[in-house]
Write a protein that binds this ligand. Sequence first.
Ligand code: P6P
Length: 335
Amino acid sequence: MTQKRISLTRYLVEQQRTNGLIPANLRLLLEVVARACKRISIAVNHGALGEVLGSAESENVQGEVQKKLDIIANEVLIEANEWGGHLAAMASEEMDNIYAVPNRYPQGEYLLLFDPLDGSSNIDVNVSIGTIFSVLKKPEGGADVSVQDFLQTGSRQVAAGYCIYGPQTTLVLTVGNGVAMFTLDREQGSWVLTSENVQIPVDTKEFAVNMSNMRHWAPPVKRYVDECLQGTEGPRGKDFNMRWIASMVADVHRILTRGGIFMYPWDKREPDKPGKLRLMYEANPMGWIVEQAGGAATNGHQRILDIAPEKLHQRVSVILGSKNEVERVTSYHQA
Ligand code: P6P
């Protein structure tokens, strides 16, 4: 008996019917984003055949060289979402300012934030990359939408997800009732529910960090990684494995699938910079997804989702994954 196939549409309708978590316009938003991710997946999978590899010879707001696919993915998400009447505005890692829905289209109640193609340094070497997105509600009242409307804590998200473009193309989503995964059936062009109520093991033997930065870390992070490296002879009494794909979506997907801890901590090279990753469209959506799967996400001192944002593109230290490990690293910061 083949397993019953549940489509993304059916999943969203049933979530609305049973939990009232997905009003019609939010369902439309999520289906539009999922369709945009299909288009991005096609472009990514063309690789060298699609003349989409390499640099775009431009820089983003972060001062990072943009890849052609960064810009393509950003344009796909903007074009897919601007006309539907579900959004007031969008914000992207690839755009300095917010993108208000043009007046020729109806204004909606939601705000969509995204990193259109995270891990783009991996594009040209054929390593998994992904799209990360976060959904907020535009605060009531007020005239035209502004960047201030976006500056809400991650705990106010109404939906969050990512799409990983790897051996499979998989959409991972939460609306606050656990985490579900949908695998793209390329023959039918449809998203099929392949996992729900995803749970991250609370313990792990696998850590993910860029070890080349070790000498720059703060003592609590150094202590944690040193203890992992001491293995059975050290205070942890067990050996650890290390992974670092340098693609947050791929590292987080592995952690959602089999546990682990992911760290991109502050380091002393740029002491005024809290970390490399961005709060609004990387740490917040990933932090909520991880929490919804029974994990934890902090900046070493506080819950990621409680951080009050001051700037749209602000950065943050990220420690997320298996709950007991994240709590251990966070406790070392209190010591
Ligand atoms: P590093 C990709 O550029 C990214 O923003 C994340 O996806 C990834 O976890 C991190 O940076 C990798 O950084 O310094 O190891 O190249």
